[in-house]
Design a protein around this ligand. Structure first.
Ligand SMILES: N[C@@H](CCC(=O)N[C@@H](CS)C(=O)NCC(=O)O)C(=O)O
Length: 296
């Protein structure tokens, strides 16, 4: 019968000798991903925690597959370094206790063995797991696989999907229950992606200094636009009263990384502090707030 898989059926198959990788193995505050550091057995207590979550919404019922415990559970195809995946990770961690997941490191780079050791440092190759190739036509992370083997992908879609199946209500939702606010934050999730995430790559990948600067300036303008929108509602986040949303999560993994600009491009690529540029004050307040959240 379709959907009769148990959690054991979707447990990860760890390659012999491979370590469990964390979302960010550096000393960042994004390194606190609990699931990434834990093997399958660590989820033993998860079903118990999920008993506390509302279990009566249609979306949650759909994901209660026979034998799979009390709440939705996914194999989460991810990559420790990927900011798109980090959007999904934040949504999963936000709904920890309502949604369970098994982290699977599904792509990366590895150094190739060479026979003679010559120029060994340059011999890297890009690997992808068979599971990722099978479950996402573009073979990109993040990709979520449910107990029936169905997949959901595209980071912003994953955030909304995780929220929909979580059964969360009120301030815990990442998509407002007010349809107008939900529409506004959906528009801004896409806008932030275009204006503040995409130019990040222009700054770092372009070789022409003028093009790097143009990308940086357009990113700054995106942050100023975001600042203006932030002050329309009370509280530091996009939605009112500190409710975290898909718009905040859209920007967060890139905002966290902006500090690398100074290292790779020099001091003129630092995001100005609020005392240097008052139009960025709300953005900085937002950044301090979201970076201090336990799920980030
Ligand atoms: N539009 C996608 C982009 C995801 C993406 O580009 N992920 C990268 C890792 S950061 C990836 O899977 N790259 C594999 C490849 O390019 O083949 C999303 O929002 O999920």
């Amino acid at each position: 019968m379709p959907g009769a898989l148990t959690r054991r059926d979707i447990a990860p198959k760890r390659a012999p000798g491979k370590a469990w990788l964390c979302v960010c193995s550096t000393n960042s505050s994004m390194s606190r991903c609990r699931a990434a550091r834990k093997p399958a057995a660590a989820w033993a207590g998860w079903a118990r925690r999920s008993d506390r979550a509302p279990q009566n919404s249609p979306a949650v019922r759909l994901y209660q597959t026979p034998g799979a415990g009390a709440g939705p559970f996914f194999r989460y195809l991810s990559a420790w370094f990927c900011p798109f995946a980090h959007r999904a990770t934040i949504a999963l961690e936000h709904h920890a206790g309502r949604v369970g997941y098994e982290w699977v490191e599904a792509l990366g780079w590895t150094r190739k063995e060479t026979k003679d050791g010559e120029r060994a440092d340059e011999w890297y190759y890009h690997w992808k797991s068979d599971e990722l190739l099978k479950h996402n036509p573009s073979a990109l992370v993040p990709t979520l696989i449910d107990a029936r083997g169905r997949s959901v992908y595209e980071s912003l879609v994953c955030v909304d999907f995780i929220d929909a199946v979580s059964g969360a209500t009120g301030q815990d939702r990442l998509v407002s229950s007010d349809p107008v606010e939900a529409a506004r934050s959906r528009v801004w999730a896409e806008k932030l992606n275009r204006e503040c995430c995409s130019p990040y790559y222009g700054v770092l990948v372009k070789t022409d200094k003028g093009e790097q600067k143009a990308a940086f300036n357009s990113l700054l303008q995106g942050l100023r636009n975001f600042s203006k929108e932030l002050v329309k509602t009370p509280g530091p986040t996009f939605l009112a009263d500190a409710q975290l949303s898909n718009a905040d999560i859209s920007l967060l993994p890139w905002a966290y990384r902006y500090y690398v600009f100074e290292h790779y491009r020099g001091p003129e690529f630092v995001i100005p502090e609020e005392k240097e540029d008052a139009s960025l004050a709300a953005y900085h307040e937002w950044f301090r707030h979201v970076m201090a959240l336990p799920q980030v």
